[in-house]
Write a protein that binds this ligand. Sequence first.
Ligand code: B12
Length: 349
Amino acid sequence: MADIMPPVEETITEYAHELGFDFIGFTTPAPSPHAQQFQEWIKAGLHGDLHWIERNAAKRLNPITAFPGMTSIIVLGMNYYPGDIPEELAQDPSRGRIARYAWGPDYHDVLRPRLHKLAGFMKKITHSNIITRVAVDTAPLMERELGQRAGLGFIGRNGMLINPRFGSWFFLGEILTDLELNPDSQTIAPACDECRLCINSCPAAALRNNGLLDCRRCLSCLTIESRSLIPEAVRPLLGNRIFGCDVCQEVCPWNGAARPADPEHAFLAFDPSRDTPRLTELALLTPAQFREIYGKTPLQHAGWERVLRNVAVALGNWDSREARKTLEYLAREQMPPLVREQARAVLKQ
Ligand code: B12
């Protein structure tokens, strides 16, 4: 009887697809083979404002230290490709541009409940008290490297995990467990070859030749994670970007094969007024109004203050009478220091 049962990995894979995951692979919590690269990245200060990465570096490099007793890691990928923004909106300097991953609902809220469902299913089919831990982003794990080890794709020069069939527009999530699972032995070899399009196209020259990112320059890092003023030299490079940046994925030839995500995941819901908002209208939102519109999207993670700081920079790049008037509004004493100082710095330029 036992030998006609499908292997547990197959049953898990099937259910993961039913839950809407596009890829799945199995690996172990073995230490990272890229420890030296990682330490050099930190030592060179390329992590910029991301001090938490430095603080939990040892855990990131060796998952077992953060998750003792775990023997297997299941890595899952979910395509979120929502297509392109209409060019007339993307190029309109009076409108803000938001990276595709942040259109629609926060991916943590989409992936996490599905990962919990899968973990519950694993307990049911194994009839045992296995331990499971679910992770999307926030655990000290190098998810792309785990994805590469689990056979989901290869890490490109842009640092993204790229799947040869789907490209790189997908999110990652993991289940760590003490259930013994067979790791995937087939990995996908790096296939950037001589291509350097991402490195050459990065608006801020933030990608190093060896594929590592300089977070002090990366427009995504500066608009999402940084809590400081946007450095003067970088401001013009932002154009109308107010949250994240997609250039290193847009130019990647592997993304030519990208297909729109399953509408069920709701990542597709491009809404021009929310995802390419008018800068003058966005600048006037109160924190409560901002929460109403963006509360369920990744913009809430950065919050009203940081987004308005980015809006101030985009208004400076628009450089019109309307923009100036709005900048004066943002520069008022009543605004929080980050917004006010950024608006004042832009007005001085
Ligand atoms: C911090 C963070 C950021 C930071 C810093 C990014 C960075 N490159 O480190 C910022 C805010 C800039 C950022 C931006 C983005 N992010 Co981000 N981010 C993270 C987070 C939370 C941690 C990443 C991390 O540990 N960085 C530290 C560096 C050192 O580690 P690493 O990037 O994994 O690189 C190491 C390994 O890849 C390893 N390695 C293994 N094999 C190879 C091969 C080669 C050739 C090289 C060079 C290295 C290498 O060595 C590297 C150095 O040690 C992860 C989730 C997670 N926990 O992993 C999401 C994550 C990486 N981000 C994601 C996304 C979607 C983005 C954006 C596309 C969002 C946007 N549009 O703005 C951009 C892409 C920017 C880019 N080109 O990297 C996805 C990526 C999915 C995918 N398909 O790859 C993740 C996995 C989130 C998720 N759960 O889906 N992000």
